[in-house]
Ligand binder design. Structure first.
Ligand code: NAP
Length: 253
């Protein structure tokens, strides 16, 4: 595999499992140094050792990105250790589904705090470094990749506040694109359908069973399928900005 991200530094939130973990592996294999950010630091450390075992470089950073200071510190630590930041993958997220009428509203707070505020805090802390990196990188650009969802394009009963957060990711991404295109900071929205990860583990049991039953008869995407889409976006030439990628399992309605 060509190491055309050599010299670049990527930060991936939610790197302790699922799509973030697969993305960190993929970007490291393309030569980027990768900062791994999440709360379960032991998982991050295991992944960092695995990446090091393949001759690449990764750094485990424990952070709860809903806390703005921890988000700022995660970016500072990345730039302190690796000297720069070229690619931010805003991937950390939760999907807590169920009818709105009887929802525990603490689930709404968690989705808004992680899926929206966490993404905003990370972006705000990272963007000065991303602008600088675009100016002095051989790639000539830097990248923000925001993970939305099919649920960021199609709303449905039982997904209301998750829809709200992911439609929000789409809206703020387009605003970011218009604000930072002149700085050569590219913005990509990735919108996966069902991916086989830990995402549904956090649902209330009665909701979890019905959500999983809906997808029983289809072959879901794997986390690496999404990592490959992210890899594609960030390895395009400087004049090409992949703004949006919608990826469903073939059999998903
Ligand atoms: N799986 C799907 O079908 C699917 C479809 C569309 C979109 N997505 C989106 O893809 C993204 C990744 O999800 P996934 O499917 O890979 O699920 P996952 O395996 O549950 O991964 C979620 C990641 O987010 C991290 N995270 C959660 N809260 C955090 C916090 N407060 N601070 C820092 N990190 C936090 C988790 O790490 P810690 O618990 O260690 O902090 C974990 O690494 C999410 O934005 C999700 O909405 C997933």
């Amino acid at each position: 595999m060509s190491e055309d991200l050599k010299g670049s530094v990527a930060l991936v939130t939610g790197a302790s499992s699922g799509i973030g973990e697969a993305t960190a592996r993929t970007l490291a294999a393309r030569g980027a140094k990768v900062a791994l950010v999440a709360r379960r630091v032991e998982k991050l450390e295991k992944l960092a050792s695995e990446i090091a075992g393949h001759g690449h470089t990764a750094l485990a950073i424990e952070a709860d990105i809903t806390d703005q200071q921890q988000a700022i510190d995660a970016v500072k630590r990345t730039v302190g250790d690796f000297g720069r930041l070229d690619i931010l993958v805003n991937n950390a997220g939760v999907m807590l589904l169920g009818p709105m009428a009887d929802a525990p509203t603490e689930e709404w707070d968690r989705m808004i705090d992680i899926n929206l505020k966490g993404l905003l805090y990370m972006t705000h802390a990272a963007v000065p470094h991303l602008r600088e990196a675009a100016g002095d990188s051989p790639r000539g650009v830097s990248d923000i990749v925001n993970i939305s969802s099919v649920a960021g394009r199609v709303a449905s009963a039982g997904a209301g506040v998750y829809n709200l957060t992911k439609f929000g990711v789409g809206a703020v991404s387009e605003s970011m694109r218009q604000e930072w295109s002149k700085d050569r900071v590219r913005i990509t929205i990735i919108e996966p359908g069902a991916v086989s990860t830990e995402l549904t583990d956090h649902l209330r049991p009665e909701i979890r069973d019905s959500v999983r039953a809906r997808f029983d008869d289809i072959k879901a995407l794997e986390a690496h399928d999404i990592a490959e889409a992210i890899e594609y976006a960030v390895t395009r030439p400087a004049h090409v900005s992949i703004n949006e990628i919608l990826i469903r399992p073939t059999a998903q309605k």
